[in-house]
Ligand binder design. Structure first.
Ligand code: HEC
Ligand code: HEC
Length: 381
């Protein structure tokens, strides 16, 4: 661990949370305060937008992440460092043409539905492959690992599976009694990249976590409607569109008992193996939002995987969370471990201790008004 461990972690978190580190200084300067901005378009917020002019400004960075994930490249494949508006790199110009092509294909051939995306052709590669591959031993193994959803006509109903989930956690009454928790553990972002983390969560849907890095704390927070990240000695970064939806779910202490009202409809898709769990796969539709896919352990009834999609202008970005090590705290089962994976990275949080219904000051969840230096955590140190 001779290299500075902080920079990769910041870059990593920026990717994981769609953070606009990449906004120009001017953009930051013109929005020094967390204004509750009217839904601005990308063209209003950024300097050189020619194709994605009318998309909501806060979808631009997630859309860029979608492109990067679809092509398997980093931002600098198309962008000059520190000057994202510049058109100096050929692939950026090419990407604009590709967007026009994608829109035209969908308009002309798929009744305007977004069926074909960058990923349909690129599949994580710069150069799409037009010729089918010959069979190889490796290939048949890797195709076997793809989704193994099996239809299950005699599976229980989605409603009863959600019900069983609530029961197996400890029942609705016990879950509703949980009003807060304070937890400590570690976050692992890869070999040798593990740091201590403290997490505070308070009803309704407020969560803040402090990653204790050598240089200071890196903070991820959600206050019920806005999310932000603060890095040691750096300004505060906003969470963007799809990540707000995600953060509000992750912070919800009563997520299990809210599922029924969250879904306009839910149905069982079949069964699937998740690690060594046999699961029922339930897809829940949400009014005006992307659906959620829930994987319930057939034996215990517990949620072992959650799969969700973040909407961007060009396609959807997936997030998968695997829950493990459920332990009972005051009659409610809580996962002490979860792994969050996105196309560009994954991390695992492992808790060592968790206390429920501890008093947590609301002041903890107030978004800093301007770029601030990260502070050490005042309590517990
Ligand atoms: C394959 C090429 C490509 C990749 C990779 C890519 N971008 Fe872009 N980016 C573009 C194009 C093209 C535009 C202009 C879109 C338009 O004109 O509608 C753009 C515009 C932007 C802008 C607006 C700049 C301005 O002020 O006009 C930002 C910010 C940005 N990208 C950030 C990113 C980030 C962050 C990443 C990595 C997650 C990324 N981009 C990856 C092609 C790319
Ligand atoms: C219908 C298939 C298809 C779709 C959809 C598609 N591409 Fe492409 N793309 C290609 C092909 C084919 C090439 C040429 C690859 C080569 O040169 O080997 C290419 C090349 C590119 C290149 C140039 C790569 C280089 O080597 O410089 C970029 C950048 C690119 N695509 C971005 C995108 C983006 C962004 C999207 C989504 C908005 C997209 N593409 C959607 C097929 C597609």
């Amino acid at each position: 661990m001779r290299t500075n461990p902080v920079l990769p972690i910041i870059a990593f978190l920026a990717i994981i949370f769609s953070i606009g580190i990449f906004k120009t200084q001017t953009a930051l300067a013109s929005h020094p305060v967390a204004d509750s901005e009217q839904a601005k378009t990308a063209a209003q917020e950024f300097k050189n937008i020619q194709v994605l002019k009318d998309i909501p400004a806060d979808q631009l960075i997630p859309t860029m992440q979608f492109i990067a994930a679809s092509l398997g490249v980093e931002c600098d494949f198309c962008h000059v460092q520190g000057a994202f508006d510049k058109d100096d790199k050929k692939p950026k110009l090419r990407a604009r043409q590709m967007m026009d092509m994608m829109f035209a294909i969908n308009k002309d051939t798929f009744h305007g539905h977004r069926v074909v995306t960058c990923y349909s052709c690129h599949r994580g590669n710069m150069h799409p492959v037009g010729t089918p591959m010959v069979a190889s031993a490796e290939m048949s193994e890797s195709t076997q690992q793809e989704s193994q959803l099996v239809k299950a006509p005699s599976a229980p109903s989605a409603d009863s599976l959600i019900d069983k989930y609530v029961q197996s956690l400890g029942g609705a009454a016990a879950i509703e009694k949980v009003k807060s928790f304070a937890a400590r553990g570690t976050i692992e972002m890869g070999p040798g990249r593990s740091v201590p983390i403290d997490i505070y969560d308070k009803d309704p849907s407020m969560r803040i976590s402090y990653m204790h890095m050598p240089q200071g704390d890196s903070i991820t927070a959600f206050n019920g409607h806005e999310g932000w990240l603060a890095f040691p000695h750096g300004p505060v970064r906003d969470m963007h569109g799809p990540d707000i939806d995600a953060a509000s779910m992750d912070a919800d202490l009563h997520f299990a008992t809210h599922l029924q009202q969250m879904f306009s409809s839910a149905k069982v898709e079949g069964t699937e193996k998740v690690d060594d769990h046999d699961t029922y796969v339930v897809i829940g539709q949400r009014e005006g939002k992307t659906p959620l896919t829930l994987y319930f352990d057939q034996q215990s009834g517990l949620l072992v995987r959650l799969y969700r999609l973040g909407e961007t202008a060009l396609g959807q970005l997936p997030t998968q969370i695997d829950y493990a090590d459920y332990r009972e705290v005051n009659g409610v089962k809580v996962p002490y471990q979860w792994t969050l994976a996105r196309p560009n990275g994954r991390f695992t949080i492992k808790l060592n201790e968790l206390q429920q219904n501890v008093p947590i000051d609301d002041a903890k969840f107030v978004k800093p008004a301007r770029p601030q230096e990260a502070e050490r955590m005042p309590d517990h140190h």
